[in-house]
Design a protein around this ligand. Sequence first.
Ligand SMILES: C[S@@+](CC[C@H](N)C(=O)[O-])C[C@H]1O[C@@H](n2cnc3c(N)ncnc32)[C@H](O)[C@@H]1O
Length: 284
Amino acid sequence: MTKARKRKQPIVSSLSSNATSSIAAQGCRNVIRQYHVLLKRRKQLENDQQLHEQSLADIEARIHALGGLERYQQLSALGQREERGGGSQKVLVNWLKELNVHHSYDNRRKLRLLEVGALKPDNFLSSSSWIDCMPIDLHSRHPKIVEQDFLLLDEKQHLNRWEAISLSLVLNFVPVPKDRGRMLQLAHKILVPGGFLFLVLPLPCVANSRYLTFDSLKNLMGSIGFSEKRARWRKNGKMAYWLYQKTSTSKVSGGSFCQKVVLRSGQRNNFAILLTEDVEREDT
Ligand SMILES: C[S@@+](CC[C@H](N)C(=O)[O-])C[C@H]1O[C@@H](n2cnc3c(N)ncnc32)[C@H](O)[C@@H]1O
């Protein structure tokens, strides 16, 4: 009798329990990393005066070969599954509860949360009695997720509209340091005074960057007008989480945090966040 052959599952598309093995997780991380590298390279080529169309076409083809944004999101969603510890929203909700924020809201007046980079429409379902979440993403995977680039939000329309904003694993997706800064500054502008910003980054973005340290991030956020309420990471862990509160007006001026400064040497990554001098200052 011939032995029934087991069909091999491709590492990245399988949603079976195989996918939760550490080898599969490593495979996912590798693809996600390659995707980030290609996004950065594409942005560099787009900005290059002597644009090599051939190179750009090559990058596009490689992004396409990896499966594009849809595949990237599919792999990222694997990381959000319960067996891998679930999504970061648990950390945000727990922190808000620790700060007793939930006591100020109820079914009639819920906390208005803008979730940027939402892979699922119902991440905050278990807190829906006091959180009203609007999920947005560059590419919507569900009718309830609004397809919207956060960086292109109409600032005036969103002014003072949000009591909390979540940027979980979004800043590191953005390839240009100035756009990362713009994201944080825009979040500050559209939050109500006292509003909360939840930030999640892969730990190496801060723990092993040439241009960013935990202290410099705290100062950079302070200059935008955020004070750090909570921070969490583990040595040798994968993720770092922060909760900030909008406590003051922005004080970004005089070039601090507006250009790259090497803070540490050695074998490190180039993750950086650059701010733009306050528009309000330019207006006055
Ligand atoms: C790694 S996934 C993060 C998913 C989820 N928030 C989490 O914590 O696991 C990054 C998501 O951010 C989205 N994204 C990146 N830049 C964005 C932007 N400017 N506006 C809206 N969504 C963005 C991407 O499309 C992608 O779905």
